[in-house]
Design a protein around this ligand. Structure first.
Ligand code: SF4
Length: 365
């Protein structure tokens, strides 16, 4: 076995056990180390007092502990919390906590920036910088748990809030960082650590077809969501360049294979845009695609943003769209945008921060 990672949180349980055996230690130490890393608040190996000093030294020689630095934390009136974190190499990523109906969902970033270049996305404007390590993605979740713990300490009703759901839908295309996303899902699924069920982790893709197949081959413990956004190849290609490589027909083939092999449904994310994707014709096309498949549709009303040519539909238009789709017995729910007052959409805060720095650099140049 070759250990490719210096970041100890990125290692699987088996890799850490293998390394411990190689240095003549008992493999059960892996549980102690991982418990401290994921459930404690340790920032260094020296804080792992239950380990012998010699083992702590060997850990220090071979690995590092990934950390993130909180740059901003914004709390919305609707309970949504958004963090801007700085990585050790000075990049910025976002994490969002969405509390709703007793669930604490965390939307995590998987890359710094993104190469997919979707027209409506702020992260796309940053370009692609690098993949996040598995340990960095896990650190996003660990830090939300710390935050919830601090809230629990203030709570009078003895409620012990903890992260219940993970959505890989923050900055980046998760399937372009599949090796690390797979490692994260396995660690989150581990009963001795986070113990999150497969149905509580959702990987969302813009439609990277070969990686959907790889996700099934790897048996990654997660559900799949696809940002469909349009049923029309011409329009989808104009806003999501991934569609030029893998058009809707190819995407549907991969989805059908995913459903057949995993026996799970797939969620389609669908942004409702006035006169474009929220029309009677678009509803009919959505029904044509969804009715024969085990899929659910998560409709999201456009967050009015930078593009003055795109508008959110009126509430009546949204209602008519939903009624048409539901009448065909296609399962569709409307997701209300959360945290509008704190720029909670993907990449908005990191992009704003980057712009701020660029503006400052321009001024000083
Ligand atoms: S929407 Fe997602 S996949 Fe598309 S550019 Fe933004 S982060 Fe990347």
């Amino acid at each position: 076995m070759i250990i490719k990672y210096e970041d100890i949180k990125s290692l699987t349980e088996d890799e850490l056990k293998w390394w411990l055996r190689e240095i003549g230690e008992k493999p059960f130490r892996a549980d102690q180390i991982r418990n401290r890393l994921f459930c404690g608040q340790v920032a260094s190996f020296d804080e792992m007092e239950q380990l012998k000093p010699a083992l702590r030294e060997k850990l220090k020689e071979s690995f590092r502990i990934t950390s993130l630095t909180e740059v901003h934390r914004l709390e919305s009136v609707d309970g949504t919390v958004k963090w801007l974190y700085e990585t050790a190499d000075g990049n910025h990523i976002e994490t969002v906590l969405i509390p709703a109906n007793g669930r604490y969902s965390v939307c995590v970033s998987t890359q710094v920036g993104c190469a997919q270049n979707c027209a409506f996305c702020r992260t796309a404007k940053m370009g692609f910088i690098r993949n996040l390590e598995a340990g960095e993605i896990l650190e996003e979740i660990i830090r939300v748990n710390w935050y919830l713990k601090s809230i629990n300490a203030l709570s009078r009703d003895n409620k012990q809030a903890t992260v219940t759901n993970i959505i890989f839908m923050g900055m980046g295309e998760p399937l372009n960082n599949l090796e690390n996303v797979h490692r994260v899902c396995c660690t989150l699924h581990n009963q001795k650590l986070f113990n999150l069920g497969k149905d509580r982790m959702t990987v969302s893709t813009s439609g990277v077809v070969p990686k959907i197949k790889e996700l099934v081959d790897r048996n990654t413990p997660c559900c799949l969501a696809v940002s469909l956004n349009s049923t029309n190849n011409e329009y989808r290609s104009s806003v999501m360049p991934v569609n030029k490589v893998w058009p809707i027909e190819k995407l549907l083939e991969a989805i059908d294979e995913y459903i057949r092999r995993t026996d799970k449904h797939v969620t389609f994310e669908f942004v409702l845009i006035q006169n474009i994707t929220c029309t009677p014709q678009a509803a009919k096309e959505l029904i044509r695609i969804c009715a024969p498949r085990r899929v659910k549709v998560n409709a999201i009303v456009l967050n009015d943003g930078d593009d003055p040519t795109l508008h959110a539909p009126t509430p009546d238009e949204v209602e008519r769209f939903l009624e048409t789709v539901r009448a065909a017995e296609v399962q569709i729910t409307i997701r209300n945008p959360r945290g509008r007052d704190i720029l909670a959409a993907c990449g908005q805060l990191a992009y704003k921060n980057k712009q701020g720095k660029t503006d400052a650099n321009t001024e000083s140049a």
